[in-house]
Design a protein around this ligand. Structure first.
Ligand SMILES: C[S@@+](CC[C@H](N)C(=O)[O-])C[C@H]1O[C@@H](n2cnc3c(N)ncnc32)[C@H](O)[C@@H]1O
Length: 252
């Protein structure tokens, strides 16, 4: 797919979802779940990330972190406990409006980026690039381009961490349905769904883990660990990836 078109579609989709119910679009949390519970999930996720990275022998924290696909700042705010400045980047203006209105800590900032790259950031300007529940919704070409950009914007010795599905382990709900019922029923449902204001469907896309690993390595990162993740639910085999940008040896 043409990257410009893919980005435009992603932007429309996420703006629309944010206008309807930004929190549910992000976590699909049960009705009535309060804001504190929502943000607590972010704290738990970043605590788990910190523990994992420290177990890999790398210090967690520092000057600047990037939260790519930040939404309303669920993880940006949690990262702000460990980094002097955290930049949340998102393609959806409506998500960022929500993120700013929810009184984030002073050391968080939120930036709109509608490009297929991160050229608004200098090389080596972050200690950590983190992305959760975001790359899985992008066409693979775009997701891999952002991974290369993570390697570029992270300083030598800094960390890149993200989650991504690799491949399906069973057919998705819609495919299972289509197997059992007529396509016409689906078309009717889609028609009435839109009429009655149902949320648009968010695409889920996997990238084979070997391709993710080789993209990181070719871009110059060193892989630290690849571990199972539940980022895309039970229909997918998914992984959490941890990589470091190597410090170049002055002798070489
Ligand atoms: C499921 S939400 C996850 C939000 C956040 N990472 C979290 O876990 O709370 C996905 C987010 O990615 C954003 N997004 C989608 N495509 C993007 C892109 N190309 N660049 C930046 N953000 C993007 C969406 O607008 C949305 O806010």
């Amino acid at each position: 797919m043409n990257p410009t078109l893919a980005l435009r579609q992603a932007q429309q989709l996420w703006n629309e979802l944010a206008r309807r119910d930004a929190l549910r679009a992000i976590l699909d949390s049960p009705d009535g779940e309060d804001l504190q519970t929502f943000f607590d999930t972010g704290i738990a996720e970043i605590e788990a990330l910190r523990e994992r990275i420290e177990k890999l022998g790398v210090h967690f924290g520092g000057h600047k972190a990037l939260d790519f696909g930040c939404g309303v700042g669920r993880l940006t705010r949690a990262l702000a406990r460990y980094f002097r400045h955290v930049v949340g980047v998102d393609i959806a203006y409506e998500m960022l409006v929500r993120a700013r209105s929810l009184r984030p800590p002073d050391n968080c900032s939120f930036v709109l980026n509608c490009r297929a790259d991160l050229r608004l950031f200098r090389d080596g300007s972050f200690d950590l690039a983190y992305s959760s529940l975001t790359l899985q919704h992008l066409p693979s070409q775009l997701a891999l381009a952002y991974l290369r950009e993570f390697v570029r914007v992270v300083r030598p010795g800094g960390i890149i961490a993200f989650n991504l599905p690799s491949h399906r382990v069973r057919p998705g709900r819609i495919r299972r349905w289509v197997g059992q019922s007529a396509l016409a029923i689906l078309q009717l449902l889609a028609y009435y769904g839109r009429r009655f204001g149902m949320n648009p469907i968010v695409p889920m896309r996997g990238i084979p883990s070997c391709r993710v690993v080789s993209t990181l390595q070719v871009a110059g990162a060193r892989l630290l660990a690849v571990e199972p993740s539940n980022c895309a639910g039970p229909d997918w085999a998914s992984y959490a990836y941890y990589a470091i940008v190597p410090v170049s040896d002055p002798a070489s």
